[in-house]
Structure formats: C-alpha cells, structure tokens
Design a protein around this ligand. Structure first.
Ligand SMILES: C[C@H](O)[C@H](O)[C@@H](O)C(=O)CO
Ligand SMILES: [Mn+2]
Length: 422
C-alpha cells in the first residue's frame, strides 16, 4: 500500500467512524458485488456474424468512430481482459447472440445455439466468471419492419420465437457449465415512429409470443429470464410495444424479472424511486446501468446524481444481492476500454457511497420529522473523503487508483489498440 493512500485512508476511516460507519465493512460489502459487463462496448454493438457487421435499426444507435474497435473475438477477449483488470472485484460478462463463434459460416439467428458459445464458456471457466446472455432482435432483415415478436406476419414472428427459445438454451448451457445461473434479458425493438392504431393488437401478439418463447420450464439454477421495458427509441417515438406497463404486468403474472434500463424512461423520471415499489412484489430484478443524455443515448456511466440515487437506494432497500446489475452503454467517441473503466468504476463508487451512508441515523431523523438534520447530514456526506476509501480499495484489489487510470488506459491504447485496422 502506498504511504499516501494509507494515510488518507486512515483519516477517512476516522472521519466515517465518527458517523458510526465502518469503512472496512463497507469495502467488504462492495467486494461481494458482481457487475455484469456488457461485451458490446468493445465493438459498438456490431457483433461477429459477418466481418464488417454493424449495428443497424432497433431504435438504438452508436455514434463515434474512435480507432481501436475490436474486430474479432480474440481482440474482444483481449479488450475484456484489460477492462476487467481495471475494475476492482469479481465481475460477470454479458453476451449477445451476435457474438457467437460462427467459424466464418452464415448461421441464422434462429439457429444460434450453445455450440456457438463453447469458446466463450471455456474462456469464462478459465477466469471463473459467470456469463449472462441476450437474444439479438435487431440488425437483421427480419427486424426491418420494426416488429419482431409482435409482428403480425407469422413468418417473422415465428422466426424470432425460435431465436428466443434458442437463446434460453444458450443461457441454460452457460448456467450448467459455469455453475451460476445466467441472466437472459429479452429486449425487442418493436414499435412505431408514428401513431399506430392497433396498439392493443401488437401487445396481445407480443404476450402470446413471449408465452411461447418461455414455454419450456428451465431450472432457475441454470438461467433466469428478464424482460426489458422501454418508453421510446429512434424510429419508435410514438409507440413501443414492450412498454413499462406491459412488461410489469407480464413479468409479475409470469414470474419473470423486470429489467429497468436507466435510459428507457422519461428524462425526468427517477429510476431509483422505482426500486422500493418493485421490491414489494418481485424477488429479484435486473438493472441496465446507462446514462441517457436527453434521450436513450447510452452515454458512458458517470457518478452523477442518477447513479448516486440508484445505488444508495439499492443499499437502503437491502436488495443488492437480489439485483442483477448489468451495464448497458456504448460510446464510439472515446477509448472504449477507458469507457468500460469509467462506467463500471462509477457504478461501484456509487455503491461504495451507499455503503458509507449512515442510513440508520438518516432514518432516525426521518422518523423524528427532523427534515433539517436529515438534509444537513446528506449534504455533509457529499464532501466526506469517500475518494480516499475508494483509492485504498483499488490498491487493495490490485487495480489502478483514480490518478493511475488515465496513464494505464493510454498505455493500452498505444501498445494494443493503435495497431488495429478499425
Ligand atoms: C444491446 C442491448 O441489448 C440494448 O442496449 C438493450 O438492452 C437496450 O437497452 C435497447 O435500448
Ligand atoms: Mn438496456
């Protein structure tokens, strides 16, 4: 431990102790949290179905063309190893179907199965990490109409139902092989740019299609399903079939998890406020930690108020262990590995702030109706030396401290990323 890191930590520890907070305990709690790192930040959601595959349609978009994008599974794995080395703790990887190993062959989405993920499974086994999964219902000719599982065209709908079923097979395979249930998130882009008339019709079809996708019982020890809600997307501004209300009803009635993405609500809506409601009725849930800027822009997550409110609420509810925390941002305007580091570390920093909160004291003020003391303590916490605890934690976990991060990422850029063709 560097002398300054230790000195700063000792001071911080004493200051938090005055508030009744044990910083060592806070770090121990943080160590138990596993984020699920989304693989698609390495290549701007392109995937490896064809050599030059790119994200298209689906109401989502990547901007930027910063050099060094991963162009193969090997490059992607190198990048992911690097990203994991910058993030304290043991974390999971989240894959999409388009990242299978197809051996240069054209494999249709409704044929993508466990055999295309053997390499990933071996890779994860070696690193002793869990794998999560997503069917990919976008960047495909069969999604061009704007509708997939809710399509009125039976041929289109059946194709995506088969894809959904195969995706569950892949997730179950991950769970069996790796001994930790794989979280399978289903997000579909279905919706309409302008005012549809038959809103109910598409939703009824989606409900039935999902029932078919989920018709096979798979043990929770292997995989767990989540469904992701959304308010709007590019090209689906007027109507999204899988709205929040739709999926809340669906998930609750079918005993599935709901997935809340921070970018999928009205800009003034606080996702943090939804947790305590959801947990009255659900045992577990999935989060997609993202940063919307004016729209679902998937900016790199930073330690802003949205993240702070979210993470402190997770700690206050005591439901971290029940919450699967996935990351979901993709920014092509900057060093993509640096983006992983900032987004993941900010999420963890937020959780650390949550663990460093004297929640019992705040609750006491709450109960006493002492609004002043409650607010004053919240304000005091903002300038407490959490950074010293974070740096100490990073050093203890053998990852760069805040002041070491930039040089570390720039080194990787020079030695690895600049040699790439894309
Ligand atoms: C690539 C992801 O599955 C996608 O971002 C989805 O989770 C989403 O949030 C779409 O807006
Ligand atoms: Mn998402």
């Amino acid at each position: 431990m560097k002398e300054n890191t230790q000195k700063m930590y000792d001071l911080a520890k004493a200051m938090y102790a005055e508030l009744g907070i044990d910083t060592d305990k806070a770090m121990e709690s943080l160590k138990k949290v596993s984020l699920s790192l989304h693989c698609w930040q390495t290549d701007d959601v392109g995937g490896f179905e064809t050599p030059d595959a790119e994200l298209s349609g689906g109401g989502i978009q990547v901007t930027g063309n910063y050099p060094g994008k991963s162009g193969s599974i090997d490059e992607m794995r190198t990048d992911l190893d690097k990203a994991f080395s910058l993030i304290p703790g043991k974390h999971r990887l989240n894959l999409h179907s388009i990242y299978g190993e197809f051996g240069g062959r054209k494999v249709e989405r409704d044929e993508i199965g466990p055999e295309h993920f053997q390499g990933w499974t071996a890779w994860a086994k070696e690193r002793q990490i869990g794998l999560d999964y997503n069917g990919s219902f976008f960047s495909h000719p069969m999604a061009e109409s704007g509708y997939t599982l809710s399509s009125k065209d039976k041929k289109v709908r059946d194709f995506w139902i088969r894809h959904g079923k195969k995706s569950r097979e892949v997730a179950a395979y991950f769970g069996r092989e790796l001994g930790t249930p794989s979280i399978l998130n289903t997000w579909i882009p279905d919706g309409s740019k302008d005012l549809p008339v038959d809103r109910a019709g598409y939703r009824e079809i989606l409900k039935n299609s999902l029932d078919e996708v989920f018709s096979k019982d798979i043990p929770a020890s292997e995989m767990k399903d989540a469904v992701e809600t959304k308010l709007f997307g590019i090209g689906s501004e007027a109507y999204v079939v899988g709205s929040h209300e739709f999926y809340m009803g669906y998930a609750m009635s079918r005993k599935k998890m709901i997935c809340l993405d921070l970018g999928h609500f009205h800009p003034t809506e606080l996702i943090a406020d939804k947790l305590s409601s959801i947990y009255q009725f659900f045992d577990e849930m999935l989060l997609h930690v993202s940063r919307p800027v004016r729209w679902d822009s998937d900016h790199v997550v930073i330690l802003n108020d949205d993240i702070r409110y979210l993470t402190e609420e997770l700690v206050r509810c005591g439901r971290i262990a029940d919450t699967h925390i996935g990351l979901d941002f993709f920014d092509g305007t900057m060093n993509r590995i640096g983006a992983y580091a900032i987004g993941s570390r900010s999420t963890l920093k937020g959780l650390l702030l949550g663990y460093l909160e004297p929640t019992a004291t705040l609750k006491k003020y709450d109960l006493e109706g002492n609004a002043f003391a409650r607010l004053a303590l919240m304000e005091q916490l903002k300038t407490m030396p959490a950074g010293a605890v974070w740096d100490y934690y990073c050093e203890q976990m053998n990852v760069p401290t805040e002041s070491e991060l930039i040089a570390n990422v720039m080194d990787y850029e020079k030695s690895v990323l600049t040699g790439r063709s894309r």
